[in-house]
Every structure is written in C-alpha cells, then in structure tokens.
Ligand binder design. Structure first.
Ligand code: PLP
Length: 494
C-alpha cells in the first residue's frame, strides 16, 4: 500500500472554480465572498454575529481581548484545560492574561468542572473550555460555575464545527463567544482561517473593531483605538464557501470512519476509544485511541508507511507554562499525553485503508516480543548499572542500578521527571529537601530539576527511567549532595 498520511484535506473542481472566480474579479481582500460566508455560518449555527479572522488562535485572542476591554481590566487569569493544543494557552498569553491550567476528565479529555472550581481566584475572568475533537465538557456545569463567579465562557471549538452538545445546540454557540478553525485538518478548510460567533452586540462590536485597526465602522477611516489587522480575505472565503457545502457529507464520513475503526478494533483489549456521544451529534473530527505501548505502535505502523500521530503534550509540559505544575497535578492530561494517538482519517482515507491500518494494529498487539536485553554499562565498588535496551519508546533510558549495602548514588538533577522502583532491598531516597525510605516494590517520582540521591540500606536494585541518554550526558550536579554521596562512598558510614 502507498503511504497513508495521518489527515489530509481534499479539494475538488468546485473548490477550484470558486477560487478562480474571485481571482477573475480581482477583489481578493475581505469583501463579498467573506460576507456570503458569514451569512452561511450565521444561518447554519443560528447565531446573531459571525466574524472571520486569520485563524482560530487569533479568534480566541480577539475574544479574550474584547472581554478584558469590556471588563476594563489588565491583570486577569483565564482557566484553560491542561489537555489541548498549545494555541488555546497562546491566545490567553497574547491577550495579556495568565494561563491557569485545570485537569481534564480522562475518558472524554475535556475540562473537569470540579478542577475548574479549585482554580478560581479573585483575578479569574474567563473559562476557556475546549471541545476537543468534537467533544464538549459538561457545559451546563460550566455555565453554573461561570454565573456564580461572574466569568465569561469563551469556547475553543476549533475542531468542533458541526458538533452538537447534549442539549442539541451547536458547540461554539453556548458561551459568550465561540471560535472555530478552518486550518487544513478541519472539516471545512481554506488552509488557515478562524471564525468568531456571538449573540452579544457588545462583544461583536469590540471584536470587530479590534480586528480592523480599531476602526469605528467598516466605512470610516477613523480609528478610535489601537487595534490589529486580523481580517480575512475573499480568496480564502471562496474556498471555505465551497468546502462548507461538503460539511454535512464530511460529518457523516467522520462518524462512519470512527465506527469502522471501533468495530474493526473491538477485539483488542489494549486500546480504548474515548467516550464520545455520537447519538447526540458529536462529530469525531479525528479518531483517537488510548493505546498501550503507544509510541511503539506508532513506530510499528510507520514501518508500513502508516502515519499516526501522538497526542499533544499536556500544556504544563511546554516550557512557557512549566510554572503551572507537574504531571502529578494533572494526572489525566499527563496520562492522555502519554497514551493517546490519532489514527489516519479524513476525506483522503478509504474504508480499505482503515481495514489495512486496523489489521496492522492487530498484528502489532499479537506479535511476539523479543526478549529484553540487559547491557552492563558500568561497575565499581558501589555496584553496577545495567541498561535495558529497547524497552521504552523513543530514546528514553531504562536502567537497573545494583547498589551494594552502604553505598550511595546520585547527587545530580535532570530537566525532566524521572521515576524509580525498588526491585530489591531498601534505600534511603533523598529528593530535594525530602528524605524517605523506599522499600522493595515501592516507587517514587523524581521531579524535574530536583537534586536526588539513593543510599542502599540493604543490597538493593533500583530501576530508574524517564530521561534520555542525551539528557543524562548533560547531568547537572548538586555540589552539596554530590559531596554527601562521595563522603558516604568513601566511609560507607550510613
Ligand atoms: C483545540 C485547538 N484550539 C486552537 C487551535 C488553533 O487553530 P488555528 O490553527 O486555526 O489557529 C487548534 C488547531 O488545531 C486546536 O486544535
């Protein structure tokens, strides 16, 4: 079979005809085609106002900025799910707000209302729920929280055009403002594009002005405030108009592709599909699965020219938002990041290809696994270090440290979280300011950038994993802890 890409758009002669028509009129700026597209979206979604912009990140930014202007504040916080594409957080940062992360529900991947409640502060002004791959969080609960705390709901419906909530309303039309994306792996695409919808006249006017250099109205050249130029263009609008005509047929295709995968893969216990309410009209824009051995599966499929995609890293794992906590604060988003992948789907994928991909997945889980290989990479009076080859996905290392009673190892810190399990014996585990005894069968986390060391209270074996060999080569040493480790190893006095 030829290469199967993860998700590709498809264009036809109708699309081409629409674009050529605009080129022939020479009016390529924002004009009549954009107006026509606005009308189509207004009618389809049943909303009062529709505004087009350059992309959904800009759409979210404009909505957040308008909210801050209307509230008359500069110092504000916005609650964002930890599991989303980085754009959601980026938009808050652009608007000058502080991103406050909340964990998500594991089986739906959407923001957990109970987690939102824990994150509200006097500075919170908005909640930014993400309708991830067409699935909504509990919007009724979010609305109650918003009302009780005077918060604005701005919906990130970037990947949810045409998807419906349990109450039958279109996602993106429930909060104060909703934002959609027309980027290339969406149901309606023109390469890049963003759509803002609202029923609120004040938000509409604020967003319209901001988007167009602060202009008072479309016809005037007076600019009341410093705005932005985030307008759309008729070339993109023409393509999006033609694509929009295919929306209903594409919605059906997404549902049938997801159903086909689910039926072909139902015998495999090591994968699970997130809970999606297809009966209520949720449209699975992409097909995601929770997969054991996720990264190995991706590599296995790649060998057959099938390109699946790992889920986004949780927002707190991205350096600009690292001050927002660690994996333990967001267990569900972290687990989703580690275990979810997106299978190829979309208008370019055929039912035969889905069968081919599903068979490869079955083949992967039924394969015979090679025996685990251990390589001794170091030995001295303290004990030895064994590297377990090819056990972990990517280039993360998995090592077994044999530590003789009375000896110590460590004194360094790494830029990523690590984990350990005591496979044999008992250790004193020093981690930053904390000290614990970890016995056989017990585990511990070594948070990123925390100096740590182990001292064997008995002959012990500790398994350790989480960072790459490259990172290990650039170990930072904590001089004080290192000195303690050296002292123990010299004296064996523990
Ligand atoms: C959840 C989410 N929010 C925002 C965006 C940003 O959309 P755009 O690429 O149109 O800026 C995306 C893009 O796919 C997304 O998936």
């Amino acid at each position: 079979m030829a290469r199967i890409n993860w998700n590709e758009p498809r264009f036809d002669k109708e699309d081409l005809k629409e674009v050529i028509e605009v080129i022939e009129t020479s009016y390529v700026n924002e004009g009549p085609k954009t107006k026509e597209l606005e009308e189509k979206f207004r009618e389809y979604l049943g909303v009062k106002h529709v505004i087009f912009t350059t992309n959904a990140t800009a759409a979210l930014f404009l909505a957040l900025k308008a909210d801050a202007i209307i509230r008359g504040i500069k110092d504000f916080e916005v609650i964002v799910p930890d599991m989303t594409m980085i754009a959601t957080a980026t938009a808050v940062s652009w608007a000058g707000g502080k991103v406050v992360l909340a964990d998500v529900e594991k089986d739906r991947m959407t923001i957990d209302p109970e987690e939102i409640k824990k994150k509200i502060s006097p500075k919170t002004t908005a909640i930014l729920p993400v309708h991830i791959i067409g699935r909504a969080p509990d919007m009724a609960a979010l609305q109650r929280i918003a009302q009780e705390n005077n918060l604005t709901i701005i919906e990130d419906a970037a990947g949810a055009l045409g998807s419906k909530n349990r109450d039958g309303r279109f996602l993106g039309t429930i909060g104060k403002v909703g934002c959609f994306s027309l980027q290339s792996n969406k149901l309606v695409t023109c390469g890049q594009g963003g759509v803002i919808v609202t029923d609120d006249d004040q938000y509409y006017e604020a967003i319209r002005r901001l988007r167009d250099f602060g202009r008072l109205s479309n016809k005037e050249f007076l600019h009341e405030e410093v705005g932005y130029n985030l307008k759309f263009n008729d070339l993109s609008a023409a393509l999006a108009l033609s694509q929009f005509r295919k929306l209903e047929e594409r919605k059906e295709l997404m549902v049938s592709q997801r159903n086909q995968y689910e039926s072909e893969l139902k015998s495999i216990e090591k994968i699970a599909f997130p809970r999606t309410d297809l009966n209520f009209g949720e449209i699975p824009l992409w097909v995601e699965i929770f997969a054991e051995e996720r990264d190995e599966l991706i590599e296995y499929l790649k060998a057959s020219e099938i390109y699946a995609r790992p889920c986004w890293p949780a927002i707190h794992r991205n350096p600009p938002y690292r001050n927002q906590g660690n994996n333990e604060d967001y267990p569900n988003a972290s687990s989703i990041s580690d275990n979810v992948l997106w299978l190829p789907n979309g208008p370019a994928i055929s039912p035969e290809q889905i069968t081919f991909i599903s068979n490869k997945i079955k083949e992967f889980y039924n394969r015979e696994k090679p025996p685990i290989k251990l390589e001794k990479i170091h030995e001295d009076k303290r004990g030895s270090i064994h590297l377990v080859e090819d056990l972990l996905p990517s280039d993360k290392e998995f090592t077994f440290l044999e530590i003789n009673k009375g000896y110590a190892r460590g004194g360094c810190l790494h830029s990523n979280d690590e984990h350990l399990v005591v496979v044999k014996g008992k250790i004193r585990f020093i981690c930053g300011e904390e000290e614990t005894i970890v016995g056989m069968g017990e585990s511990a986390r070594i948070p990123a950038n925390r100096a740590h060391a182990f001292i064997a209270l008995e002959d012990s074996v500790v398994s350790e994993w989480g960072i790459t060999s490259e990172e290990k080569n650039h170990d930072a040493k904590d001089p004080q802890l290192r000195a303690l480790v050296d002292e123990i190893n010299e004296s064996q006095n523990f």
